[in-house]
Design a protein around this ligand. Structure first.
Ligand code: HAM
Length: 422
């Protein structure tokens, strides 16, 4: 029987004491996305299975092995989103967002679900921050979203995260490349894993991101896409690099990056680090010029990226980047007696209206226990209200770290004067 007090394998809890770390990272992402003109989109956690099968691609690991798919009571097949791009594209189509003008620029925070083998940095429920841009084929757009990803990483204070870029061309280049791959991998047919054998027929490029060690070894000497790009794709890639150079964004061209999802065309990129073990890709993205059409819309060249929240937080930990904890209680009001309790409510309201965190006892503890609690939660200041304080209409606010005390009147000036102490 399932142990109901244990979380499911591959999932994680974010506890109240840790959530400030997530909020710090999310706030930076929100601010950066906003600065580049992206507005938030929120889509459902489940969609029709067919959306992911068509969007992400039938021959990908994600669709073939990793999706959480189930039939609803109404007999419909639905899937928990394994990523954010397909759902956002569906929403763009459903709401004809192109009517608001192109490009459409959307950002999101999503939880994603993939039935992968859990390990450090690889979860079955994980979280992404992503952005998507629809309706532009200009290389400047590719460079701009890469700059946005770089700005986020810079503001988080990360070092040793490298940008690797590649172009995987258009369907035309891909056809020639797939033919070359097919010829190459056919030589090793008897050593390939069963999934790759079917990929060899349907989508040879997927062999390049197979996780089996033997297939990985074989893939090392496979032909490189960069030798098969058509003139237009080559020129597009050159332009993207030109803009990145101009923006001072450092990168390496890595012709082995093909990404694990089928919708990509032309530019693909990853930000990788080796400071958190094998799962070192913290951000992945690229252009997907055919996706909207694949889902039934008009031709609408598009692009985007997603960052793994858990992996980014792991890198921040590994690099000992300090995250300010703004969730500490500024004032704890300890009370003795009914009149003090009532007065506390008046003062709490004032202090909270100043944007500060203020708390009092709502358990019914004695004074000693209240002070112990204030200490435990790390309150910066405390004040004890009893009958004397109420009578004299003043009380001593104590700095819990230094022990220093300041007398404040318990009137409408309380919060203002308390704020000054901060
Ligand atoms: P992806 O490379 O599959 O791309 O995922 C993006 C990021 O999500 C990865 O770089 C990684 O940081 C994180 N991630 C992926 N799988 C896991 C996992 N099992 N556990 C923890 N973190 C994980 C996409 O999902 C595309 N939709 C990105 C995109 C947006 N391309 C264009 N627009």
């Amino acid at each position: 029987m399932a142990l109901i007090t244990k979380k499911i394998k591959g999932t994680e809890d974010v506890l109240p004491k840790q959530s400030y770390r997530w909020q710090f990272v999310e706030n930076i992402m929100r601010e950066e996305a906003r600065a580049y003109g992206f507005k938030e989109i929120r889509t459902p956690v489940f969609e029709h299975t067919e959306l992911f099968a068509r969007g992400v691609g039938q021959t990908t690991d994600v669709v073939q092995k990793e999706m959480y798919t189930f039939d609803t009571k109404g007999g419909e097949s639905v899937t928990l989103r394994p990523e954010g791009t397909a759902g956002a594209a569906r929403a763009v189509l459903e709401h004809s967002l192109e009517q608001d003008g192109l490009p459409i620029k959307a950002s999101y925070f999503v939880s994603c679900y993939r039935y992968e083998k859990p390990q450090a940095g690889r979860l079955r429920e994980f979280h992404q921050f992503g952005i998507e841009e629809y309706g532009t084929q200009a290389p400047a757009a590719d460079a701009e979203i890469i700059c946005l990803a770089q700005s986020v990483l810079d503001r988080l204070g990360l070092s040793q995260v490298h940008l690797e870029i590649n172009s995987i061309g258009c369907p035309e280049c891909r056809a020639r490349y797939n033919q070359a791959l097919k010829e190459y991998f056919t030589q090793y047919k008897d050593r390939l894993c069963p999934t790759c054998l079917t990929r060899l027929e349907k989508n040879p490029m997927r062999l390049l991101d197979c996780k089996s060690p033997e297939d990985k070894e074989i893939a090392k000497d496979a032909p490189k896409i960069t030798d098969y790009l058509c003139e237009e794709c080559e020129a597009h890639f050159t332009e993207v690099k030109k803009y990145l150079d101009a923006a001072g964004v450092e990168y390496t061209v890595n012709p082995t990056i093909v990404r694990g999802l089928d919708y990509y065309t032309k530019t693909v990129f990853e930000f990788v680090t080796d400071c958190i073990g094998a799962q070192g890709t913290v951000c992945g993205g690229g252009r997907y010029d055919g996706l909207i059409e694949e889902l039934g819309g008009k031709h609408m060249p598009s692009l985007g990226f997603a960052m793994g929240m858990e992996r980014l937080l792991m890198v921040m930990d590994a690099q000992k980047i300090e995250i300010p904890d703004n969730d500490k209680t500024a004032l704890y009001i300890a009370t003795m007696g009914d009149a003090a309790k009532v007065k506390a409510f008046e003062l709490l309201r004032q202090v909270r209206e100043c944007g500060l965190i203020a708390e009092t006892d709502v358990v019914g503890r004695g004074l000693r226990a209240q002070m112990k609690y204030a200490d435990k939660i790390g309150a910066k200041y405390s004040v004890v209200l009893g009958d004397n304080e109420i009578e004299e209409n003043k009380a001593r606010v104590k700095n819990m770290e230094t022990g220093e005390q300041t007398e404040l009147a318990l009137d409408e000036s309380f919060a203002d004067k308390f704020s000054v102490l901060q």
